[in-house]
Design a protein around this ligand. Structure first.
Ligand code: SF4
Length: 329
């Protein structure tokens, strides 16, 4: 290995494989900066906790418009649900590669394991990901690198290949043994939990794609609350609890129309549409909101707000579950 101090950027999901990948490269004297790409489908919260416990500084970057474009039209198709894993991985490596200059780093690291996931982590898809990322020759996968073609960091001696691993397959035995050896106790057992693999969540995703609402300003709300499709143009989101209400509130901009019951504590609603919202939709959304307030009975008042100002008050009858259920996504 040469004397130069090398620097790498690593994709950190928070799962054990990604933690070990960072560890293995650090063991060779390379400075490794862990990076998490956050989107409306996977948040950095858990990876952040893992990094904190390990004493690592995690760089978090948000994926927005360009990532949504990839999801809507993936070159390599979807997995079981709306998870375009090959395109998604390639996109993340591409983003990471573009950060090399900013961080004055030399190469990229990932915790992928050969043969661990049948569709996205076999030899061919892994090679496809590398190629499509535009940074093929700079990617190192320390857990399986001995079984993969040498990339520049190995050819040039920036890393000692002999100290990297040859893990293949779905068994976690070697990784768990390594975790013990390195005394690593902080990692996620699920590897981060991407909601694009959840069939129920994907109904909401598909709905936005179908209704020409596949834009970050709508997509950012997908993770929280109950979602109702009122008609082709308009949908309603309602917080299910305080946690949802708080999260939704943080995402609201002055363009959003929100609704709250006048006399009761309850869900925060957000009404969104691709066209001007009609009076009928205001009324209907108010009736649905009241459905989720147990104490509300009969006719009640609901207030609508925009940019912090009250824009309207509507008095409507609380709707029955049987009238609202079929609009739920
Ligand atoms: S599971 Fe989700 S985050 Fe992971 S590669 Fe697939 S689409 Fe991307």
């Amino acid at each position: 290995m040469s004397d130069k101090k090398y620097k790498a950027l690593a994709l950190l999901s928070g799962g054990l494989d990604s933690v070990l990948a960072v560890k293995l490269v650090r063991e060779q004297g390379v400075e490794v900066i862990p990076v998490y790409f956050e989107s409306p489908f996977f948040t950095a919260d858990e990876a952040k906790q893992v990094a904190e416990k390990l004493g690592w500084k995690l760089i978090i970057k948000k994926l927005k418009h360009s990532y949504l474009k990839v999801l809507a039209n993936p070159d390599y198709g979807y997995g079981k649900n709306l998870n375009p894993c090959i395109d998604c991985h390639a996109f993340m490596f591409n983003k990471l590669g573009k950060m090399l200059r900013e961080f004055q780093a030399d190469f990229l690291v990932s915790g992928e394991v050969l043969g661990q996931r049948p569709k996205s982590q076999n030899r061919i898809p892994m090679n496809t990901v590398s190629k499509a990322s535009g940074y093929k020759d700079l990617i190192v996968r320390p857990l399986s690198q001995k079984l993969l073609p040498d990339t520049k960091p190995l050819r040039e001696g920036w890393l000692d290949k002999e100290k990297l691993l040859d893990i293949e397959g779905r068994s976690r035995k070697i990784q768990l043994a390594l975790a013990q050896e390195y005394n690593i106790k902080s990692y996620l057992s699920t590897g981060g939990g991407c909601r694009l693999t959840d069939k129920h969540f994907c109904r909401r995703v598909q709905d936005l794609m179908d209704q020409n609402m596949w834009k970050y300003k709508y997509v950012k709300f997908l993770t929280w609350g109950r979602h109702f499709r009122l008609n082709e143009k308009t949908k309603l989101v309602l917080g299910r609890n305080k946690n949802d209400n708080d999260a939704l509130e943080k995402l609201i901009t002055e363009n959003n129309i929100t609704l709250l019951a006048d006399d009761y504590t309850g869900p925060l609603g957000i009404l969104m549409s691709t066209e001007e919202i009609e009076q009928e939709d205001f009324k209907f959304s108010a009736g649905i909101l009241l459905r989720y307030i147990t104490e509300a009975e009969g006719v009640c008042r609901v207030n609508f707000f925009q940019a912090g100002e009250k824009i309207m008050q509507i008095t409507v009858e609380k709707l029955l579950d049987s009238k609202t259920r079929k609009y739920l996504l």
